[in-house]
Design a protein around this ligand. Structure first.
Ligand SMILES: Cc1cc2nc3c(=O)[nH]c(=O)nc-3n(C[C@H](O)[C@H](O)[C@H](O)COP(=O)(O)O)c2cc1C
Length: 362
């Protein structure tokens, strides 16, 4: 369960615990999966130019986001149907996040629902909502989010329509949250409210509700600027792990221009391909306050629920501490862009290329 020694072992364990449908839902992406591979290729292409002879005897990995302390600069992003990976689903992630000290963003597309998770598990978290109703429905959902004590509300803006994920289509796989009791596709019925979401939705939420708002799915610096102008509290750079629009820029490549556009006015979070401690450090060097790790979270959950998630986060923390010390920086908040440079990736990248030893006989 939670006794693996490396993150490579964690991935192996996760794969052995999942059937092919759930595994492909986890690692797969949209269309040709180019966005997914580009995320990883770009991360693989950034290389450190470390500093030496700095006192790193006491490295500090903690940061703050939305008024919350993060033990490491990591958030656990929304994972729909996370109950396919560990039976307690969103509650298991909530428990691991609270116990370890990172922020969970709970998906509206998983179970248990956000109010049950809030009752079950103490601890700050953010609620990410997919719109499945009109403005009155949205208002009611936000009121209930606030009443349940959530520290923030997240709109995912890159999912106007659901993409075509060929691994799932070819296997007839239906994500757990979209299945009926007999295993057929749930009839979502009526209008696609996600596709009607606009800047007016953002203005409406900011004008009416007193809860910090995260907009997730920003890649274009003009949109980042518009978020700031609209009073958005956190700009979240993401291409949904390559699961929505194919052939986007890599998230870590979009990050510097977004950070420049935001100009320090609000924190920037980034996700897309981050799997290891060194990846987290690269994201912070390029201006992120924290990094989201979606497949990492799902793989850890699949490796053995809460104990495995705690173990994975502990190994990740150690990797972050080591990378930090070896770049010659004592505090994650002092990382800066001069510590990285862009080179060629060593070999073709894919969803799991952060774990090259998977292909070896260890
Ligand atoms: C299995 C799975 C389900 C996801 N479900 C959601 C979701 O419900 N809402 C959302 O905003 N993003 C969702 N995402 C995207 C993640 O929140 C995150 O943006 C992405 O996983 C980051 O890329 P990474 O997996 O390479 O870390 C999902 C990702 C995965 C892998």
């Amino acid at each position: 369960m939670g006794d693996f020694k490396t993150l490579t072992d964690m991935v192996r364990l996760a794969q052995s615990n999942l059937d092919k449908g759930d595994w492909d839902y986890l690692v797969g992406a949209a269309d040709t999966e180019a966005s997914l591979r580009r995320n990883r290729a770009a991360l693989d292409a950034w290389a450190f130019v470390p500093r030496i002879l700095q006192d790193v005897s006491n490295v500090r990995t903690a940061t703050r986001l939305l008024g919350q302390n993060l033990r490491i600069p990591v958030v656990l992003p929304p994972i729909g149907s996370v109950q396919a990976f560990t039976p307690d689903g969103g509650s298991a992630v909530a428990q691991a996040a609270a116990e370890f000290g990172v922020l969970q963003i709970l998906s509206s597309s998983c179970s248990p629902d956000f109010e049950t998770v809030a009752k079950d598990v103490l601890g700050p978290r953010v609620y990410q909502l997919y719109l499945t109703g009109d403005q009155a429905w949205l208002d009611d959902q936000i009121e209930r989010t606030i009443a349940s004590g959530y520290a923030g509300f997240c709109l995912t803006a890159d999912t106007q329509v659901y993409s075509r994920r060929e691994r799932d289509i070819m296997q007839g796989y239906i994500p757990m949250q979209a299945r009926t009791a007999t295993g057929t596709m749930l009839d979502q019925g009526g209008a696609n409210y996600q596709s009607t979401m606009t800047w007016d939705t953002v203005a409406h939420i900011k004008g009416k509700f007193d809860i910090p708002l995260i907009v997730k799915g920003v890649l274009n610096p003009d949109d980042a600027k518009r978020c700031v102008d609209a009073g958005v509290d956190v700009v979240y750079v993401s291409n949904h792990g390559g699961r929505q629009l194919d052939h986007t820029v890599a998230c870590i490549d979009a990050l510097p221009d977004v950070v420049a556009a935001v100009d320090g006015q609000v924190p920037v979070v980034v996700d897309g391909g981050f799997m290891r401690g060194a990846d987290v450090i690269k994201g912070l060097c390029l201006g992120a306050t924290a990094v989201g790790m979606g497949r990492f979270e799902a793989l850890a959950a699949a490796a053995g629920g809460v104990p495995a998630m705690l173990r994975a986060l502990t190994i990740l923390e150690r990797e972050i501490q080591i990378s930090l010390a070896l770049t010659g920086i004592a505090d994650v908040c002092d990382l800066h862009a001069d510590l990285v440079t862009r080179l060629q990736p060593l070999r073709p990248s894919h969803a799991l290329s952060a774990f090259p030893l998977l292909e070896e006989d260890y």
